[in-house]
Design a protein. Structure first.
Length: 249
């Protein structure tokens, strides 16, 4: 896991990235993927968006995050939760004890991991009945605002490969990680952004230029033009599809 990709992006990530839909958590509870007694390792927890949502539903959460800036932002909000422990660790080396968790969650981060090493770490951490839950808020590429947004990214961001680093979201693409049956579910998760949060959402991406970088000013200007084109009454609708994968390793 390359934690340097998100250096100096903690503030814009916290401000611009979407939360996860309540219907998803209702599903996880109904299917007993999460239970009130569960111990969870949230790996690649970032600024703690997903961590803070799952914490009230389980017994304990270890928030594993290697990037110091992201972890510091998360810890500011973790104070209100007595059952979250912030951990300086990576997907490939979490520092947690053997067989110590019931569920491993990964929100918006699996595409940065070394799959083989992370799978080995999951096997080490999980209880005998434990599962792994992978989730992404994937931008709906059929929406005109997303298409315009992607064209700007292609123009100004040399490392842009598509949503979530160009990962293949088909269930078969996870066969090398999960063993046996993979449960796949998805949920609509449209957000509304004002101009400031729309800019933050774009700047939070790993490929987006940082202040002082080449094309930073041009990129922000182009992003504002996309916002102005699609905005109604000072906001834009930004459609996501929350994609979830559940299985054993």
């Amino acid at each position: 896991m390359n934690e340097k990709k998100f250096d100096a992006k903690g503030s814009v990530y916290e401000k611009g990235r979407p939360a996860y839909p309540e219907k998803m958590f209702e599903y996880l509870l109904d299917e007993k993927v999460i239970t009130p007694n569960a111990v969870v390792a949230d790996v690649g927890s970032g600024t703690g968006i997903f961590t803070a949502q799952i914490a009230p539903l389980v017994s304990q959460v270890f928030a594993i995050e290697p990037n110091a800036d992201m972890r510091a932002k998360a810890e500011l909000c973790f104070g209100e939760f007595s059952n979250i422990t912030s951990v300086n660790g990576s997907a490939e080396s979490t520092t947690l004890n053997h067989n110590s968790v019931d569920l491993i969650t990964v929100a918006q981060a699996f595409h940065w991991f070394d799959r083989g090493l992370f799978k080995r770490e999951c096997k080490r951490l999980l209880s005998d009945t434990g599962k792994v839950f992978l989730v992404w808020n994937d931008r709906n590429a059929t929406a005109p605002i997303i298409q315009d947004n992607f064209e700007i990214n292609k123009k100004y961001c040399p490392n842009f490969k598509g949503s979530s680093n160009g990962i293949d979201f088909s269930a078969n693409s996870f066969n090398d990680f999960f063993e046996g049956e993979i449960t796949f579910v998805e949920f609509e998760n449209s957000l509304v952004y004002d101009k400031e949060t729309f800019i933050s959402r774009n700047l939070s991406s790993s490929y987006a230029p940082k202040a002082g970088d080449k094309y930073y000013d041009e990129y922000v200007k182009a992003i504002i033009e996309v916002f102005d084109k699609h905005s109604i009454n000072g906001v834009v609708s930004y459609p996501y599809i929350t994609r979830c994968y559940i299985g054993r390793v």
